[in-house]
Design a protein around this ligand. Structure first.
Ligand SMILES: Cc1cc2nc3c(=O)[nH]c(=O)nc-3n(C[C@H](O)[C@H](O)[C@H](O)COP(=O)(O)OP(=O)(O)OC[C@H]3O[C@@H](n4cnc5c(N)ncnc54)[C@H](O)[C@@H]3O)c2cc1C
Length: 456
């Protein structure tokens, strides 16, 4: 049995149960140093937005309690991974470093660290924990990544059942080393404290994640065929919990296999295919780590985005566009850190198509305000709506927010909830003419088609 400590470096996997790196460290037998590193400086690191910082604070506090209950301690460090992790290894005399994989630009950081620590004689092992299917394992017959969701997901399902989730270790021998105080990271907003709506809506942490899953399985899943209606609680709202890895997709998958009512079981495949969109987004990110800044379809580089009019952009951000379903979504986002998926598509379509604002501007706003802001799903979804993404909606399909609201919020419950002033005289007139701006968008798209024709 090994005696030199094992470092477990946690990142987007803030859970004790079904955590392969943590379980392997316990099995190795030596004392375990569990560390979370706040790294905003490594190449490829993108500082978290405000809502995510709020979530991270509470998630780490919860994780610390979860680890203490089984004998370990969460060590918090801040700095560049290439300095801090080898430093911690030297300080503790560690013989092994374990982590669960990540799939974006930061995997270069991980690869470099793995070589360096291995060269120093440490055992370095990475584990699969955050995705049901590793992106490199799902390829077309020709060995290329899938560009279209349906065959991608079919290939995933054909690859076999995902592994069963691992239980939580029941006890560990932790190593106590110097740790930052969580409060010193100042992740929570103070002046002003805008997080009241977030506190009311969410319980970050592993317990909160499992409570949310149980609630959904027992209530929402049977309604999931009506998931496009934003006034209903028909979707799981697991996205921030999955984003921070407080629950794994394996645990979600496993939970919905048995013990469902017939009505819930009828919606299982559809629900799992939405988890599949998360896998698809990560597959796209894996093959294009610059997904948040680079068009998947390079012919979109020729798109004539308009410099955003500051007043119009502020109206979009603050939910004052005069288009009720859009304002409802943007206010839901601002207040609760989350927005219903159908409405995300509607507000993104208004920004990128009717207002001709570059999808990166919208992606950045969501990055700052969503509690589930995710390096893969956010960028992939923005590109999907804008038309520049993999398997994107055809550009000419411009969402009409008025018709969308009539169809998915026919009695205006959602609109009334978030825009109680909708019928007041002060409520603004629409900032864009939907019909004219649609035609302008289609005309702008001609530039993409022309660029494509030239490049052929
Ligand atoms: C413009 C835009 C931006 C988005 N940004 C994000 C983001 O930053 N983070 C994020 O997790 N999702 C994002 N989505 C996808 C989707 O809107 C959310 O995942 C979903 O609304 C979360 O609610 P839920 O947990 O109740 O979903 P459910 O319907 O219960 O789905 C279960 C899980 O599947 C995953 N999922 C569902 N739909 C999608 C999808 N279209 N793409 C990727 N994963 C999906 C999520 O992890 C979700 O928690 C975005 C969509 C759009 C149109």
């Amino acid at each position: 049995m090994a005696s030199s400590p094992t470092i477990v470096w946690l990142r987007d996997d803030l859970r004790v149960a079904d955590n392969p790196a943590l379980t392997a460290a316990v099995e190795r037998g030596a004392p375990v140093v569990v560390v979370y590193l706040l790294d905003e400086q490594s190449p490829g690191a993108r500082p978290l937005g405000g809502a995510s910082r709020w979530w991270l604070h509470h998630s780490l506090a919860s994780l610390g309690r979860g680890l203490e209950a089984i004998g370990a301690t969460l060590t918090l460090r801040r700095g560049v991974a290439s300095v801090v992790i080898p430093g911690l290894a030297a300080e503790t005399g560690a013989g092994a470093v374990y982590w669960n994989r990540r799939y974006g630009a930061l995997r270069d950081v991980d690869a470099a660290l793995k070589s360096r620590l291995s060269a120093d004689g440490l055992e370095v092992t990475s584990f699969s924990a955050s995705l049901l299917f590793e992106p490199w394992a799902i390829t077309t017959g020709a060995g290329d990544p899938y560009r279209v969701f349906t065959p991608f997901w079919r290939a995933c399902l054909a690859a076999g059942e995902p592994r069963s989730p691992l239980g939580a270790p029941t006890s560990m021998t932790g190593v106590v080393v110097d740790s930052d105080e969580l409060d010193s990271w100042k992740l929570l907003p103070t002046r002003p404290d805008w997080a009241e709506g977030l506190r009311a809506a969410w319980t970050p942490g592993e317990h909160g994640a499992h409570d949310r899953l149980e609630h959904f399985v027992n209530n929402g899943l049977a309604l999931y065929h009506r998931r496009d209606e934003p006034s209903l609680e028909a979707t799981s709202r697991l996205s921030p919990h999955l984003r921070f890895g407080e629950i794994s997709p394996h645990q979600v998958w496993s939970r919905v296999q048995d013990g469902l009512t017939p009505e819930a079981a009828a919606n299982r495949a559809k629900f799992l295919s939405e988890i599949g969109w998360r896998e698809f987004s990560y597959s796209i990110l894996f093959h294009l780590p610059q997904l948040a800044t680079t068009n998947v379809r390079r012919d979109f580089d020729a798109f004539p985005w308009q410099a955003p009019d500051p007043a119009a952009l502020a109206a979009w951000q603050q939910g004052r566009t005069g288009i009720p379903i859009v304002d409802a979504g943007m206010r839901q986002l601002w207040t609760s850190g989350w927005m219903h998926n159908r409405v995300r598509m509607i507000v993104a379509s208004l920004l990128t198509k009717n207002m001709l604002v570059d999808w990166r501007v919208g992606e950045a706003w969501f990055w700052d305000t969503l509690v589930d802001a995710d390096e893969a799903s956010n960028a992939a979804s923005w590109q999907w709506v804008a038309g520049s993404g993999a398997d994107a909606a055809p550009y000419f399909r411009v969402f009409n927010p008025v018709l969308q609201a009539e169809r998915f919020d026919p009695d205006r419950t959602y609109i009334q909830q978030w825009v109680p002033d909708v019928d007041e005289p002060e409520y603004p007139a629409p900032i864009v003419d939907l019909a004219h701006s649609r035609l302008a968008a289609l005309a702008a798209y001609e530039a993409v088609k022309a660029a494509k024709a030239v490049s052929r």
